[in-house]
Design a protein around this ligand. Structure first.
Ligand code: NAI
Length: 213
């Protein structure tokens, strides 16, 4: 059997952006787009776009432009499973609550099916029709519902232990918000999300921009 071509991390990271831009074109009723039009919109060169698309079979005739609907459907298929992903949130504090209320996850195919916390004052409360469950129920819930992804919005001190528990229970990927780059011995994908990193990059750019002026 032929080995599957490995796609670089940089290309993978561009895919959600493609989906977002192509989704906008689709919503605006645009049916065809060329690689140069798309490149202009996204601040990329036409050849870079064609090169990225070539990893996935090219998505049709460049000369006539790409079908926006086909691009959109293909990107969705590449990024999402047919039935989407199921997600649990662990830590229902400020961030966990905000994430649980963010309907865009659902619209993108990520369905929140469980929320956990250790605080008795939170357990039993409901966020977006999900009742917050006691963390003691974590393993039983995972075994019964087999969620794909766990979002970790916990204090830093708790994150590693809980991450190991969910990974041992068979969750397939972790979305970690705790201020550390989480690494586990388990062979599962982990996305570490640090808003303050982006904010600091913005700060750096502002500082340099002002110094240059
Ligand atoms: P928070 O204190 O409001 O919420 C943490 C929740 O975790 C609490 O409800 C607490 O009861 C629960 N918890 C503690 N130990 C637990 C355990 N063993 N099992 C289950 N639940 C447990 O804190 P906040 O503001 O929501 O932040 C959560 C984490 O996210 C922190 O580590 C914070 O530094 C981080 N954070 C990261 C951001 C990012 O961009 N990566 C942005 C904002 C916060």
């Amino acid at each position: 059997m032929q080995a599957k071509k490995r796609i670089s991390e940089a290309v993978i990271r561009r895919l959600p952006r493609y989906l977002r831009y192509i989704g906008e074109l689709k919503d605006n009723g645009i049916e065809k787009v060329s690689s140069s039009q798309l490149g202009e919109k996204m601040g990329m060169t036409a050849s870079q776009i064609r090169q990225d698309f070539s990893y996935f079979g090219g998505f049709g005739q460049q000369g006539y432009g790409y079908s926006v609907q086909l691009l959109f459907d293909s990107m969705k298929q590449i990024l999402l499973k047919d039935q989407g992903f199921t997600v649990i949130i662990i830590g229902a504090g400020n961030l966990g609550t905000a994430l649980a209320k963010y309907n865009n996850f659902h619209d993108r195919g990520f369905d929140i099916i469980g929320i956990f916390d250790i605080n008795p004052k939170l357990i039993g409360k409901t966020i977006n029709s999900n009742e917050i469950m006691c963390i003691d129920k974590l393993e039983d819930f995972i075994s019964e519902h087999q969620p794909d992804i766990a979002i970790l919005s916990l204090p830093r001190s708790e994150t590693k232990d809980i991450a190991v528990r969910v990974a041992n229970s068979g969750v397939k990927g972790l979305f970690n918000f705790s201020p550390m780059d989480l690494k586990l011995p388990h062979d599962i994908p982990i996305e570490n999300v640090h808003l303050s990193d982006s904010l600091m990059v913005l700060g750096y750019k502002i500082k340099n921009f002002q110094e240059e002026k």
